[in-house]
Each structure stands twice: as structure tokens, then as C-alpha cells.
Design a protein around this ligand. Structure first.
Ligand SMILES: CC(C)(COP(=O)(O)OP(=O)(O)OC[C@H]1O[C@@H](n2cnc3c(N)ncnc32)[C@H](O[C@H]2O[C@H](COP(=O)(O)OP(=O)(O)OP(=O)(O)O)[C@@H](O)[C@H]2O)[C@@H]1O)[C@@H](O)C(=O)NCCC(=O)NCCS
Ligand SMILES: Nc1ncnc2[nH]cnc12
Length: 291
């Protein structure tokens, strides 16, 4: 087997991250979320805001994987490098979206996971597609990068004058959000979405992605739902999406999801955390050539 020059591989990997973000926003119907049909429970952004956001993040996706591939220190040192780069990316995103948070969570997680992917391939260059073991290796590296993140980030919250939604949720409920997910090595990906994608790899991709979103909504501690609607609203969504998964089949899935979109719009709830995790899952599914 001939291996591609490393830079071609890095470009290909960054391209899969961009493709994953595009697939996620294009997937329709997504309850409460922005899609090709409507802006869900969001009044300040639409499909085109997401396209602008993805274009602004695109150069950084390549920088994250390159930083990882060139890194020679510890995983935690790589975390600090990609996070610093991520802060610039977040500024570029906010400039492109006129200060609307489209991909804050996704940008953070792609920084960590693309950095981990770069470091993983440079440790013994792997060809694409990756195997299940490769993906596990990348998630294990991301876990090492994020070690201590929750404790460090939330150490001095009492002294801060203004808090982000994630910080408020931690203080109110002990919810660790995307930081906790990263520090645990992304179990929502390694233990939930990737096994689901592997088990369904021969079915129509669009339906599998819609079901994957429901699966995430039925299990993930979604900071976006909780900050808007509180714990009870989040529990209700988990119960309802479990029921939707049980009631749906290929013939009625889209219809049920269109109806549920109206329900979440009415309640002003949006599963932004689940959407971000879906794009990360699509990225790994593409690297594994599952669809
Ligand atoms: C670590 C950072 C992400 C920063 O964290 P921060 O505390 O600023 O942000 P969080 O509030 O914790 O939210 C981060 C985003 O993560 C997504 N998310 C939430 N829960 C989960 C989950 N369980 N799994 C995965 N992802 C999750 C979520 O993103 C989605 O929601 C977006 C919309 O969010 P929001 O702004 O809340 O929008 P609205 O509800 O519309 O708000 P209103 O209009 O009503 O006001 C949506 O687009 C999805 O992307 C969360 O938003 C990272 O940014 C970072 O490291 N920053 C640097 C920090 C730093 O180093 N500072 C220097 C030291 S002080
Ligand atoms: N499609 C989407 N709609 C709203 N928030 C999101 N965050 C990530 N993807 C999203």
C-alpha cells in the first residue's frame, strides 16, 4: 500500500470535517434546529448563517489537524495550542455571523478532535479509511488532551463578573456540558453514535442521520436545551425522542420529525448540543468510510 504525502492526508481530513458541518446543517427536518426547511427555534440565524459560519471556520479546521500532526509534546500541551487557535476561529466565526453563536461548541470539539487526529496519524502514519481501532485511538488521545478541563475551567467561577450559559449550568446543576464530554473522551461518539452508524451503514444515509439525531437527543445532556427550557424540558425531550425512535420506520420518520419540529419551535427549544455531536459523528463516519 502506498501512503499519501502527509499534507494531502491532512487536507483530506480537514475536508471531511467541513463536509460534516455542511451535512449537519443540510440535514432536514431537524426538530428545533436550523435546516433547509426553516430556522427551527432560532430567530437570529438561518441556513445561510451556517454556510457563512462554516466558510469562516474552514481554514482553522486544517490548522487544527496540522497542529496535531506537527506536535511533539504532551497531549495537554496540544490542547492548549488548539484552544488558542480555537479562540481566533471563534472570533472569525462571530465576525462572519454578525455575533451569532452558530458553532461555538462544534468549533471547540473539532479543535480537540482534529488535533487528536493529527497527533494520532503522525504517531505512525495511517492510511484512510480509518478502522474502528483508529477512531478509538483518536478519542483516547482527545481524552488525554482534555484531562482536568472541567476542574480547571470551572475553578474560579465565583470571581467572574459575567458567566457563559455553560458556566451557569455548571453552577446551578453541576452540568459539565461539552467540557465534560471532551474530558470523558467523547462517549457520545465512541459509545453511542459510532456503534449506531456502524450497525446501520448499509441503510440510506439521510434516514440514518435523522435517527442518529433523535438518538443523541434522547441521551445527551444538552446544555442548549437546558439553558433555554430547564431540566424538566430536557427530560421531556429525552422521553419524547425515545418514543419517536420506537414509533418511527423508514416510511414515516420524516413526517414525524416535521411534526416534532413544530412542537419544539412552539416551546422555543433547540438541541444545539446534539447537533454539534452529530457533525462530529459524521466526521468520524466519513473517516471510517461508513457512508
Ligand atoms: C469550551 C467552549 C465551548 C466555551 O464554553 P462556554 O462556557 O462559552 O460555552 P457553553 O455555554 O458551555 O456552550 C458551548 C456550546 O456547546 C454546545 N453544547 C452544549 N451542550 C453540549 C453537549 N452536551 N455536548 C456537545 N455540545 C454541547 C452548545 O452549542 C450549540 O448551541 C449553540 C447555540 O448556543 P447558545 O449560544 O446557547 O445559543 P442560543 O440558545 O440560541 O442562545 P440565545 O440566543 O437564547 O442567547 C448552537 O449553535 C450549538 O453550537 C453550546 O453553545 C469554547 O468556546 C472555549 O474553549 N472557549 C474559550 C474559553 C476560554 O478559554 N476562555 C479563556 C479563559 S477565561
Ligand atoms: N443546525 C443547527 N441549528 C441550530 N443550532 C445548531 N448548532 C449546530 N448546528 C445547529
Amino acid at each position: 500500500m502506498t501512503l499519501k504525502p502527509i499534507n494531502e492526508l491532512l487536507v483530506e481530513i480537514a475536508g471531511q470535517a467541513e463536509r460534516a458541518l455542511l451535512y449537519e446543517v443540510a440535514l432536514t427536518p431537524k426538530p428545533g434546529l436550523v435546516d433547509r426547511n426553516n430556522s427551527g427555534a432560532h430567530s437570529d440565524m438561518d441556513f445561510f448563517t451556517f454556510l457563512d459560519s462554516i466558510v469562516s471556520l474552514s481554514p482553522y479546521l486544517y490548522q487544527y489537524v496540522k497542529l496535531g500532526a506537527e506536535h511533539e509534546g504532551t497531549p495537554k500541551e496540544l490542547f492548549h495550542k488548539v484552544r488558542s487557535m480555537g479562540i481566533h476561529a471563534e472570533k472569525a466565526m462571530l465576525a462572519a455571523t454578525k455575533n451569532i453563536n452558530t458553532h461555538k461548541g462544534a468549533n471547540f470539539s473539532f479543535a480537540v478532535l482534529l488535533g487528536a487526529t493529527g497527533a494520532y496519524i503522525s504517531s505512525g502514519q495511517r492510511p484512510l479509511p480509518f478502522s474502528e481501532e483508529d477512531i478509538q485511538g483518536i478519542l483516547a488521545y482527545a481524552k488525554a488532551m482534555s484531562h482536568g478541563l472541567v476542574t480547571n475551567d470551572f475553578a474560579d467561577l465565583a470571581a467572574k463578573s459575567s458567566l457563559t450559559y455553560g458556566e451557569k449550568l455548571y453552577l446551578s446543576y453541576g452540568i459539565t456540558g461539552i467540557r465534560g464530554e471532551a474530558e470523558a473522551g467523547y462517549p457520545a461518539l465512541g459509545q453511542l453514535i459510532m456503534p449506531f452508524f456502524r450497525a446501520n451503514k448499509d441503510r440510506p444515509m439521510e434516514l440514518v442521520l435523522l435517527e442518529a439525531l433523535l438518538l443523541l437527543m434522547s441521551q445527551v445532556e444538552d446544555g442548549n436545551i437546558i439553558h433555554r427550557g430547564g431540566i424538566d424540558a430536557w427530560r421531556t425531550i429525552k422521553t419524547e425522542t425515545k418514543q419517536l425512535l420506537q414509533d418511527s420506520h423508514e416510511g414515516n420518520l420524516k413526517e414525524l420529525m416535521y411534526s416534532y419540529d413544530l412542537v419544539l419551535i412552539e416551546r422555543h427549544l433547540s438541541p444545539g448540543g446534539a447537533a454539534d455531536l452529530l457533525s462530529l459523528g459524521i466526521f468520524f463516519a466519513k473517516l471510517e468510510n461508513l457512508f
